[in-house]
Design a protein around this ligand. Structure first.
Ligand code: ZN
Length: 213
């Protein structure tokens, strides 16, 4: 199996697919936010530095993110593979990420779960989160029309950062910053594009079929 760099606009179900694929094929997941939180809880000099930066609400500089990637890759046994979720976010970050992969002799496959901007907007605008168990209900999910969570009975709320304006801004950033990195992988014939309008199970199956090749 090959390492995977998973791309997808917000609303594409990228995080869900990362979890399903990890479970199905025993991938490790590299998710920047999670790695930063883990590091910040450690008593190492780098951990303390990350803690300072994130506590201040500042963006962690790319050099530190790359240090974390390097550390992760060096501790990843040769016979194991990983999914990178939410990284790279830009073409320059893609270049530094590729340099880290090259150091350890790995060449990941880029998987892009594509969605039109309109579809992403529709999905994100209808999204509700349970205040009780944290489960997210999508616009196409009948449950999203409920006021109470069908799982735990908690209150269903639209997230504060899911206003149309905030969503548009996040999609703009994605198109401007992240799409050039995706296009670079397409140029290098290392990109697999999957139709993200399919069901979760269909998307998983489509990705799995590409991995088997
Ligand atoms: Zn709930």
């Amino acid at each position: 199996m090959q390492d995977i760099i998973l791309f997808g606009m917000q609303g594409s179900g990228k995080g869900t697919q990362a979890r399903i694929l990890a479970e199905k094929f025993a991938y490790k997941i590299f998710e920047t936010g999670g790695q930063l939180r883990k590091l910040a809880s450690e008593d190492s000099p780098l951990g303390q530095k990350v803690k300072e930066i994130t506590t201040a609400g500042k963006l962690v500089p790319n050099e530190i993110v790359m240090e974390i990637v390097e550390n992760f890759l060096q501790n990843l046994p040769e016979n194991e593979t990983a999914i990178f979720d939410g990284i790279p976010r830009s073409e320059s970050q893609r270049a530094s990420l590729e340099a880290e992969f090259a150091k350890v002799g790995r060449r990941p496959l880029a998987v892009y779960i594509s969605l039109t901007r309109e579809e992403a907007l529709t999905r994100l605008l209808g999204r509700k989160t349970c205040a009780g168990c944290g489960k997210i209900f999508g616009a196409k999910d009948n449950s999203a029309a409920f006021e109470k969570c069908p799982v735990c009975g908690g209150e269903l709320k639209i997230r504060a950062d899911d206003t149309a304006e905030a969503i548009e801004t996040r999609l703009d950033v994605y198109e401007k910053e992240t799409v050039p990195a995706i296009e670079k992988y397409r140029e290098e014939n290392r990109l697999v594009e999957i139709d993200g309008t399919q069901s979760v199970a269909e998307v998983t199956a489509a990705i799995a079929a590409k991995l088997a090749n």
